[in-house]
Write a new protein. Structure first.
Length: 164
């Protein structure tokens, strides 16, 4: 497999997981998007906020591209918090915007390059030595959360997402 084939395969997997999340959310009304199903207390909107901030923005804008972490919300689990009066469409739009920004960043970076802003201690532990390792991490994270949304949808309205 060439490096371009590998890049295409990784980005295809990432895009598939993102679409899965967006497809599941698109089928929900506002009450369902705000419903808390899991004992840990998160809603689908909270999960979308988490994917926006913790996965797309943190890993690609900050870690890969070296940008500032000036968007991080205050408070415990602030990346999962969505205010009761916050427009669900704005949360979805922010996720789509973060995806587009991530895609632009990934288009211009070598998968073998080291992240521009690694966390302290990563070098000693061997964690996330390349952009490739970051992309793989975000694929796993997004896919895991897509699976969680499958269960949420089935509990809320019986919808089952077929994954081939």
């Amino acid at each position: 497999m060439t490096s371009e084939q590998e890049r295409a395969a990784l980005l295809l997997a990432l895009g598939s997981a993102r679409r899965h999340v967006l497809d599941q959310a698109a089928g929900m009304d506002e009450a369902q998007l705000r419903a808390v199903v899991a004992p840990s207390g998160w809603s689908t909107l909270g999960l979308l906020r988490h994917l926006t901030l913790s996965d797309e923005r943190y890993w690609f804008e900050v870690v890969v591209a070296g940008g500032p972490l000036d968007f991080w919300p205050e408070g415990p689990n602030g990346d999962w918090v969505v205010a009761d009066d916050e427009d669900p469409d704005a949360v979805l739009t922010a996720y789509r915007h973060a995806i587009a920004t991530s895609d632009r960043i990934l288009a211009g970076v070598d998968l073998d390059a080291p992240p521009r802003r690694p966390e302290p201690g990563w070098a000693d532990s061997g964690a996330f030595p390349t952009v490739r390792s970051v992309v793989l991490h975000v694929i796993v994270e997004t896919s895991t959360h897509a699976g969680q949304l499958d269960l949420v949808r089935e509990v809320l309205d019986g919808h089952q997402h077929l994954v081939l």
